[in-house]
Design a protein around this ligand. Sequence first.
Ligand SMILES: [Fe+2]
Ligand SMILES: [Fe+2]
Length: 257
Amino acid sequence: MSEANKSFHPDEIDVSISEISDGIYRISGFVETYGITFNQFLIQDECPTLIHTGPMGMYNKIEEKVKEVINIEKLAYVAFLHFESDEWGGMEFLKSPKAKLVCSDLSSKLNLTGWYNVPCDHISFWDNELLKTGKRVLRFIMTPHVHHWDSMMIFEETTKSLFPSDLFIQPGKNRAIVSSDLSDDMIQLYKTVGIFGSEEPVRQTTRRLVKLEPKIIFPMHGGCIDASMFPSYTDALMKNEFAYSGNILGQKVQIVT
Ligand SMILES: [Fe+2]
Ligand SMILES: [Fe+2]
């Protein structure tokens, strides 16, 4: 069986929760098939927000962890940062009566409208727009072609917390906060998996993120990164090649010319 086709049963993944910083929780499961963790983040506030839902099948376990912190009836926003099943495939959150789906304007225009069979109420944001959730303020950062062209990130202003989705990911079953420099592993993973079409959009975004001076970074895969470790990861992206060069999900793509 090829790497890309290995079976993956999201409902068999063990999911755990840990509070990373004041009122921000990481809900994480290690997916052996891909050798990475899938992380969701709950921001506890007047209007609680969940960032990513995990794929279909994993959401039930994620929801159980959310319920350990808040009344699920109060879940106000569920944000996905680009259109992929691990970002928001667990659509059952829509059963949470008040939960509103939050996405980028591009995800809205390109992926959530115009379908015959995907009726999906949502609110969308453009670059630098803000969403106040109570004490916290979410700033939306458009990052086109950092992975997908509808990609965005979230920066929580009051705690300087960055939610970069698939940027700064590391392979392995890491601690909730990484204690060693895994930037070389990150670069190697990007080369093997081939999620970036080219380096330049990633580097433009990286320069912008450095200026934000995040205190803690919450990647969707891997451990969280504190400010002292962040320069290793940004330097690695500025100095190394990591864009797609023929490998997708660990497999060489044969292009016949
Ligand atoms: Fe992704
Ligand atoms: Fe992801």
